[in-house]
Design a protein around this ligand. Structure first.
Ligand SMILES: *[C@@H]1O[C@H](CO)[C@@H](O)[C@H](O)[C@H]1NC(C)=O
Ligand SMILES: *[C@@H]1O[C@H](CO)[C@@H](O)[C@H](O)[C@H]1NC(C)=O
Ligand SMILES: *[C@@H]1O[C@H](CO)[C@@H](O)[C@H](O)[C@H]1NC(C)=O
Ligand SMILES: *[C@@H]1O[C@H](CO)[C@@H](O)[C@H](O)[C@H]1NC(C)=O
Ligand SMILES: *[C@@H]1O[C@H](CO)[C@@H](O)[C@H](O)[C@H]1NC(C)=O
Length: 512
């Protein structure tokens, strides 16, 4: 089961607000799986929520690639968010969990055809998240029910995302969209999925992509195939490996599958593994062979304090930097211990946790993106941003902004994201309007770029977004303002990622 992904916007909406009563009848789209009936929002946009893009992942479909929907002429009322995929996090902001969770939402203007399409994949470390979450992003926390068939790999979430994109390509015309003008974006693990898509479809029809914060070498970490499945099997009294295991596990109710092991941080046990089919061990080599979609115009970037929120998230294990860098969660075993200890001098950080958080932010987010620019920007039109807006109400705790995820609602123009936040200020909304405006303009013509100089390998141009005191100006800096650690410590080591770490010791501690 998986990520029930995705929002799809058809533009010109979102910025356009026609006020007044919307008198037309409910919007409908006729597609092979049936007639989809949505509703109009207060700005007269057509909204379709919870449209299935694949069959349920329950029953015999559990731990199988996404299965197609049957053709039908029946009516589907797309009026409420669809279910959230099974996961350990109980988040009241999400719709209820169910295995029939492969669904997406569409927002479109009430009229128009052949409109540019933007598809957004939310983040959540591939272990949590929901397309019913108006904040459109998650911090990293427990767990997605996502395990391996002994003869397959844990690559189903990647296949689910591919299925959703293909659904959009096949069906979006009926909603007024242009199947030949699709831009795909995501944040955090949603961005990792965008990158997987580009690696797995070197000749893709995508017109543009935005990868916010993360790329394929951002992780998440994983444990050896089936270690986690065996640990959870033992808890639910199924065979630990071998014949009959999957059959037994398919008969366990998914809430019962959310065991102590499953709910622990060990959920990353179940994230995609390197199979050299959908997730690769050597991206430099693949890039050299031309097995990457470098014809797709790309925006990528980070917030200026990616790791700060993680100094809190991992607070229980990161108060000693020397031991932190060896933990499963730090996922940094491809880096030398000495180089890390020297690169993060204690005197530069107010606390040991902040030191660890900064390291995490570099290892997972800043340096993977910097490595992406080094590798691809010579061949691929790439524009780089860094977000400085200091808005603590978006994510994390006071004084952590800008951190991982702070920029996300701004790209979406505020909208539903801001409706779910407290204390949104006028200048915050103004920055969201401004960001959304150039972003939408770029989605309409990705090849033209967002209006600032292209990125280049090692040291080159990047746009400063939301700089306090000068928020609505986009100024261009040089990446040497922030990437020296990436260049010195990380980038030449990414070919040694991903790291596979056994978690049996952790499991034994949890369930002695
Ligand atoms: C695990 O988390 C789920 C929420 O998703 C909850 O329903 C379940 O009771 C939890 N199980 C354990 C053993 O804590
Ligand atoms: C992973 O995904 C591919 C489809 O791209 C599928 O053919 C394969 O069976 C899956 N499992 C493995 C081990 O690659
Ligand atoms: C993937 O391919 C690399 C070589 O490019 C190899 O070293 C590695 O063992 C392969 N991994 C798997 C899981 O097949
Ligand atoms: C870092 O330290 C750990 C534990 O002391 C050791 O197992 C590991 O090999 C070291 N890593 C490197 C790259 O030196
Ligand atoms: C943001 O844009 C909306 C829609 O165009 C507009 O109504 C609103 O006044 C703008 N807010 C600010 C603070 O600029």
């Amino acid at each position: 089961m998986i990520i029930g992904l995705v929002l799809v916007w058809l533009l010109s909406l979102v910025t356009g607000t026609t006020t007044g009563v919307c008198s037309q009848s409910a919007p409908k789209a006729i597609i092979p799986q049936g007639t989809i009936q949505g509703f109009h929002d207060s700005s007269c946009n057509s909204v379709f929520l919870g449209i299935p893009f694949a069959a349920t992942t329950g029953g015999q479909n559990r731990w199988r690639p996404p299965q197609p929907l049957r053709a039908s002429t029946s009516l589907f009322k797309a009026e409420t968010y669809g279910p959230t995929c099974p996961q350990a996090v109980t988040n009241k902001a999400f719709s209820k969990q169910d295995e029939d969770c492969l669904n997406l939402n569409i927002w479109a203007p009430s009229s128009g055809e052949n409109l540019p399409v933007f598809v957004y994949m939310y983040g959540g470390a591939m272990v949590t998240g929901s397309n019913s979450n108006p904040q459109l992003q998650e911090t990293i926390l427990p767990a997605m029910l996502k395990a391996a068939h002994p003869s397959e790999s844990q690559n189903f979430s990647i296949l689910d995302v591919e299925k959703a994109l293909q659904w959009v390509r096949n069906n979006i015309k009926a909603f007024g969209g242009d199947p030949d003008h699709i831009v795909f974006g995501g944040h955090s693990s949603g961005s990792v999925q965008v990158d997987h898509y580009l690696w797995n479809h070197p000749k893709t029809w995508l017109k543009g992509a935005i990868m916010m914060s993360a790329i394929a070498v951002s992780g998440p970490a994983y444990s050896p195939i089936n270690e986690a499945l065996d640990a959870v099997s033992a808890e639910v009294r199924c065979p630990t490996g071998g014949k009959g295991q999957i059959e037994c596990l398919r008969n366990i109710d998914f809430f019962s599958f959310e065991t102590a092991n499953f709910n622990s941080t060990f959920n990353t046990w179940f994230t995609p593994v390197v199979d050299n089919i959908t997730r690769f061990s050597d991206y430099t080599y693949r890039f050299a062979k031309g097995e990457y979609a470098s014809h797709v115009s790309l925006i990528t970037g980070n917030s200026n304090g990616e790791g700060t929120v993680f100094s809190i998230v991992y607070g229980s294990e990161n108060t000693d930097f020397k031991s932190w860098i060896k933990t499963f969660d730090a996922d940094s075993a491809f880096l030398s211990n000495c180089s890390l200890i020297h690169a993060y001098s204690p005197k530069d950080f107010a606390s040991e946790s902040l030191r660890s958080g900064a390291q995490y932010g570099d290892a997972r987010f800043n340096c993977p993106v910097d490595y992406l620019v080094d590798m691809r920007s010579e061949k691929q039109d790439t524009w780089l941003y860094r977000f400085y807006g200091k808005y603590d109400n978006v994510v994390g705790l006071p004084n952590t902004a800008p951190t991982h995820g702070t920029e996300v609602p701004f790209f979406h123009g505020g909208n539903e994201c801001f409706d779910s936040l407290a204390g949104v200020t006028a200048s915050q909304q103004a920055l969201a309007n401004h960001t959304h405006q150039w972003f939408v303009k770029w989605i309409k013509n990705p090849a033209a770029g967002p209006g600032w100089a292209k990125a280049s390998p090692k040291f080159g141009a990047f746009a400063k977004l939301g700089v306090p005191g000068n928020e609505l100006a986009i100024t261009v800096g040089n990446t040497n303002e922030y990437n020296l650690r990436c260049q010195a410590v990380y980038n030449h080591r990414f070919s040694h990622y991903a790291v596979i770490q056994s978690v049996l010791g952790l499991a034994n501690k949890l369930n002695p």
